[in-house]
Design a protein around this ligand. Sequence first.
Ligand code: SAM
Length: 275
Amino acid sequence: MELWVEEIQGKDVRLGLRLRSVLHREVSEFQEILVVDTLSYGRALLLDGTFQVTEKDEFVYHEMLTHLPLMSHPSPKRVLVIGGGDGGTIREVVRHPEVEEAILCEIDPRVTAVSREFLPEVSSGLSDPRVRVLHEDGVAYIKDHEGSFDVILIDSTDPVGPAVGLYSPEFYAACKRALREGGIVCAQSESPFVNGDVVRRVSRSVLSAFPCRTLYLAPLPTYPSGFWSFTAGSQEPLPKVVSAARAEALGTRYYTAAVHAAAFALPPFAAALVE
Ligand code: SAM
């Protein structure tokens, strides 16, 4: 008998991956957590039935969420990741030798625990001595940490449940206060094909707090439509040209200085979403 896992991505669209086995399933205080072993994408983590991470394509998402903002900052010493309990974003953050402290603020301790057990490569950065893992609501945490961070990365679930507050203008105003001079915030902002409303919402929230907003895209085979967006907020426009030597030293598989520069070229349909 064939075993499949399916994410229902809309009324008429599903993404299905054939399974070798189900490795773990539980219902935490916040969500249903499922880890499966798939034939074509390796192990996959799903929360409430939506793909969060697969071993095969996660590097694109985590590298693009992390390196574009960190490489745009001259010296990112203190970095905050909100959400991201699987650890993939933190793994990328600690590739930067300038980082002295990286804080992961994940609301659900079970996501971190399950990821450490079943996704050891993705979660490997959580054991870096510069990393502190907190299990708190990022919306509350950010309000108490004025002037504390050089970069804030929002690696959240879709705007439902506890993640709703992470998309609001009030949250981005609090992020601005939590940043040091020259700080940058960057969030995953969903699919430009199927979540144009969310792309627009994040863009508006960012622009309500920051003078500059950068929208950029990357391919993500297992996310809805296979195409994903990220939105950054900053005081000054982000640099298109970054040091190729600094980028190369990261040892990445997707991000390079050339990919960084190319990310600023927005296809017109995506640019129109935020005009
Ligand atoms: N890469 C993923 C995506 O776009 O699907 C996101 C991955 S990460 C697992 C998302 C995490 O955000 C979840 O583990 C969830 O528990 C966490 N989260 C949701 N709302 C949160 C909040 N208010 N504060 C902190 N973490 C939150």
